[in-house]
Design a protein around this ligand. Structure first.
Ligand code: NDP
Length: 243
């Protein structure tokens, strides 16, 4: 049987890496992307090929740069006609007062977290429409719903992802393409490594589940959404330990 194809952006570590391994375990051909830590992508590919006996493509590039996205999709469409699943996961955080934030830092957060979703969806959608099938899953954050102090740009970018998810789901529902987002709570990845022990403890105390989530838990939810009945669309699904 022909393998299904999935692209996961930001797959060199953290949540994206777990999602890549989950789809590889499920028999998908997996396209892996990141911008800087490309050597880590090759390590993920080695694990996938060794443990899951499936195939894997490496498509490096900056998801915030439309020229890189065009190059990535040229490469993808040389080896498959259409993605079955697009997971827009790549993202960066920025912690600091809004009044101290420079224009370039603002643009970098918005380009990486929000414009990237536009660029990747725009490139992935046309063959999905021709085939009348496809799944798009955007990795968002609980801060996109509630807003976080000292993370205004990040919160705005994820609120944008939530809005884009809901609107695009309506646009694509007649074409049998589902668009959903996962609003993660605090997940134990490098993104939170800069927190002090005290800050970490304070955050944990606020989480009813009493702990950070794991990247594997998010990957399992993404897998489930990708294989859920087609009536599930336009949703921003919280996975946050009940916070
Ligand atoms: P990590 O920092 O562990 O991983 C981020 C991944 O994105 C890396 O592979 C990184 O690779 C890649 N990336 C960053 N910038 C770019 C870029 N411009 N182009 C392509 N790839 C890029 O973060 P997480 O795994 O924690 O985060 C994954 C997603 O989950 C993000 O969207 C994040 O906002 C979201 N999220 C995370 C939460 C958490 O608590 N961890 C909570 C809520 C949401 P490289 O830098 O080498 O290019």
């Amino acid at each position: 049987m022909k393998k299904k194809n999935v692209l996961i952006t930001g797959a060199s570590r953290g949540i994206g890496r777990s999602i890549a391994l989950r789809f590889a375990a499920g028999g998908y051909h997996v396209f892996l992307n990141c911008r800087a830590s490309v050597a880590d992508l090759y390590e993920v590919r080695d694990i996938i090929e060794k443990d899951h006996h499936t195939t894997c493509g490496i498509v490096p590039g900056d998801v915030g740069d439309p020229r890189d996205i065009a190059r990535m999709f040229e490469q993808i469409y040389r080896s498959c006609d259409c993605l079955d699943v697009l997971v827009n996961n790549a993202g960066i955080s920025y912690i600091g007062l809004l009044m101290d934030m420079g224009d370039d830092e603002w643009r970098r957060v918005i380009d990486t977290n929000l414009s990237s979703v536009f660029y990747c969806c725009r490139a992935a959608i046309p063959p999905m429409i021709s085939r009348k099938s496809g799944r798009i899953i955007n990795i968002s954050s609980m801060w996109g719903n509630s807003g976080a102090s000292c993370e205004a740009a990040y919160s705005a970018s994820k609120a944008g992802v939530n809005g884009l998810t809901r609107a695009l789901a309506k646009e694509l529902a007649p074409s049998q393409i589902q668009v959903n987002a996962v609003a993660c709570g605090v997940i134990d990845t490098d993104m939170n490594r800069q927190l002090t022990d005290e800050e970490r403890q304070a955050l944990e105390d606020e989480i009813p589940a009493g702990r950070y989530g794991t990247a594997d838990e998010i990957a399992e939810v993404v897998w489930d959404i990708a294989h859920a009945p087609g009536y599930l669309t336009g949703q921003v699904i919280g996975v946050d330990g009940g916070i």
